[in-house]
Design a protein around this ligand. Structure first.
Ligand code: ADP
Ligand code: TRP
Length: 347
């Protein structure tokens, strides 16, 4: 077995697929940032993966069925830049975590190919995200089918031990463990079998009460502010209880969102006002708006500063990629040797 170095290696990827929202923050980003204290972190922006979904993202942005090459490219570039700005503004510290663009380490695509030769079709055919698309009658690209293999390569090329993810990614992690095991049995023990850590917050509701998601158009964006943010918060769906009537906080989307920001005392105080009656949902929404504004004020400020200094952001990604790539090349030297290839041309 490859010895597990201490501290352990933690890795996660974020798809650059649009403006990040409160679901992404409480479901993923906050945990990623907290983990910087616990190990050696690799966080990357998954632009190779995004190529499998960019059509949809571009259509959403341009509101058209047709789009041309440059629109598609500029959408991807913009989304990558947005994720970089968002993570840095929200507290990712490039001194602590290696932060980079997935495609700046092209070795990962080579490893994915090698993995594809030890992966059965059946494993990929069981992938929920692929099956979903097929069931909905959407044409799937080979890339979408291959997505879990690239994800396994992302994780294993840095020989990661821990991958913090949301529930929707658990199946991908199980596939990664499977692929690592199969590679090790075939070619020798190169990869640690990675564990995942489920992010704690279960499901952040969107403004319509369904799970908050870009694909449902029900999000509250982390970096929205002013009138647009106010409008979104005021449009959160509530039931038709009148101002006078007592209300059940546990059945209210506004209260669920407020709870993400408030401490126990504040939650108890607002719950009490719900139950007592005499408070309209408008008042609860105002309290929620206040919380969002207070909570994200420093990050908004930081994001504006970063936006005025994009060279710095690019430099962070470039340096991150250099570190990540050196590590990936070390792994590829072992892999190429193990499968019977010449030493890597790069290394
Ligand atoms: P979206 O559904 O908006 O496309 P993604 O699938 O890109 O979001 O999710 C990115 C990360 O954010 C994942 O780790 C996912 O589990 C988490 N996440 C997204 N929406 C929510 C939500 N409503 N509640 C909790 N976590 C979420
Ligand atoms: N598939 C992940 C998502 O949609 C993004 C991702 C790509 C990822 N590669 C990864 C996450 C490796 C964790 C580890 O959220």
């Amino acid at each position: 077995m490859t010895p597990v170095p201490t501290p352990k290696r933690i890795l996660s990827g974020v798809q650059p697929s649009g403006k990040l929202h409160l679901g992404n923050y409480f479901g993923a980003i906050r945990q990623h940032i907290a983990l910087q204290q616990e190990g050696i972190c690799f966080y990357f922006i998954a632009d190779y993966h995004a190529l499998t979904t960019i059509d949809e993202a571009t259509r959403r942005r341009l509101g058209t069925e047709k789009f041309k090459g440059p629109d598609r490219a500029s959408t991807l570039r913009e989304h990558v830049r947005d994720v970089a700005l968002d993570y840095l503004a929200l507290g990712l510290d490039p001194e602590k975590a290696t932060f980079f663009r997935q495609s700046d380490v092209p070795e990962v695509a080579e490893l994915a190919w090698i993995f594809s030769t030890v992966t059965n079709m059946g494993l990929l055919e069981r992938a929920v995200s692929y099956k979903d698309k097929i069931d909905r009658g959407i044409e799937a690209s080979v890339g979408l089918f291959y997505y879990p293999i690239l994800m396994a390569a992302d994780i294993l090329i840095y020989r990661s031990h821990l991958v913090p993810v949301g529930e929707d990614q658990v199946q991908h992690l199980e596939m990664t463990r499977d692929i690592a095991g199969r590679f090790n049995r075939t070619f020798g023990e190169i990869f640690p079998i990675p564990n995942y850590r489920l992010d704690k917050v279960a499901k952040v509701p969107g403004i319509d009460g369904q799970k908050m998601s870009k694909s449902y158009g029900n999000t509250i964006e982390i970096f929205a502010e002013g009138k647009p943010l106010q409008k979104t918060v005021m449009s959160i769906v509530t039931d038709s209880t009148t101002v006078e009537d007592p209300k059940d906080p546990d059945k209210c989307n506004v209260f669920a969102l407020y709870s993400l920001f408030a401490n126990e005392e504040e939650k108890a105080a607002l719950a009490e006002r719900y139950r007592a009656g005499g408070m309209g949902f408008g008042e609860a929404k105002k309290q929620l708006l206040g919380k969002i504004n207070d909570y994200f004020a420093p990050a908004r400020q930081k994001r504006k500063e970063l936006l005025a200094n994009l060279d710095y952001v690019e430099e962070v990604l470039r340096k991150g990629a250099q570190k990540a790539r050196a590590e990936a090349q070390r792994t590829m030297t072992l892999v190429r040797e193990a499968v019977g290839m010449a030493p890597s041309p790069a290394g």
